[in-house]
Design a protein around this ligand. Structure first.
Ligand code: HEM
Length: 273
């Protein structure tokens, strides 16, 4: 990771090096340490966003209020915030895949992998921005989700095959398996919601799509997997950072409770639409 870097990743790392704090940790602990923390911070941002997302979606039970909220959010400032969310999403997703390729598939060329993480992240964020600006693409929800779910099953199958051969704990294995499933699903979800402005903001379009049986099954599995992955991730972070035994157990239990409550609300929402 400390090797000389060229191209897109070299440029991005030279930008990151302008931060004194990052430079300090990169030179004393290495870029691997910085990347691991960046992955962690992005994961935490995603957890916070998913909780907010569930709260917003509960508004679908009162369509008039939901429409009013969407009208309030329909401006350049919130569109920009939605777009910036793509940065932690795609960074965490691609860096997670990089870790899985390293741990389970023996892909050890870190320089090359970093280049792919940064280049594909930039491509994803720019393409998403373009589609958000156009806001007029049409694609059948059925075709999109069938293809994405199939891709998710294929990636999950590939990771399952490798992960069971390792000696790690069941939780560790399921964290990798859930990550493999989430990779196409989360990246696809964000993209789909912005291909057409209506897909993510018009209450009737959202309700019509979510009430289809196939989409409900996919959403159900999606909610279970996301909350498992997020809950286990939080558990790991708390376990690594809180030293006091009692405090650690207390925080772990509180975070587990919050995750379970939100998962339940999400599942009820999917079932009752
Ligand atoms: C989009 C596909 C995703 C992939 C490929 C992915 C991949 C990963 C991987 C491989 C880890 C383990 C890192 C380690 O132990 O060093 C991880 C941790 C984590 N993930 Fe994800 N993840 C994804 C989506 C999400 C989502 C949607 C959330 C939040 C709702 C999330 C939250 C977390 C958290 C909090 C951790 C713990 C971070 C740590 O221990 O370093 N992830 N992820």
């Amino acid at each position: 990771m400390n090797a000389r870097l060229y191209g897109v990743e070299g440029y991005l790392i030279s930008l990151l090096k302008r931060s004194q704090t990052l430079s300090y940790y990169a030179s004393s602990r290495g870029w691997g340490f910085v990347m691991a923390w960046a992955h962690r911070v992005a994961g935490l941002l995603l957890v916070v966003y998913v909780l907010f997302h569930i709260v917003t979606l509960t508004g679908l039970q009162e369509p008039a209020r939901f429409s009013a909220k969407m009208a309030f959010l329909d401006n350049v400032f919130f569109a920009f915030l939605e777009w910036t969310l793509a940065v932690p999403v795609i960074f965490h997703a691609l860096n997670g895949i990089r870790l899985i390729l390293y741990e389970l598939f023996g892909v050890r060329d870190e320089k090359r992998m970093l280049r792919w993480v940064f280049a594909l992240s930039a491509l994803y964020v720019c393409t998403l921005g373009l589609f958000m600006a156009l806001g007029n693409q049409h694609i059948s929800a059925g075709v999109f989700w069938l293809t994405t779910a199939l891709a998710a099953l294929l990636v999950t199958g590939g990771v399952c095959d490798r992960v069971w051969q390792t000696q790690n704990s069941l939780g560790w294995k399921l964290q990798r398996v859930s990550a493999a499933f989430l990779f196409p699903m989360v990246c696809g979800h964000m993209f789909f919601m912005h291909l057409n402005a209506k897909a993510g903001h018009d209450v009737n379009t959202i309700l019509e799509r979510m009430s289809g049986m196939g989409i409900r099954v996919i959403d159900f599995v999606f909610v279970v997997v996301i909350f498992f992955h997020a809950g286990f991730g939080l558990n790991t972070i708390i376990g690594d950072t809180v030293e006091n035994n009692r405090l650690r157990t207390g925080i772990k239990m509180a975070s587990c409770f919050v995750v379970l409550v939100f998962a339940y609300v999400g599942l009820r929402l999917v079932a009752n639409i």
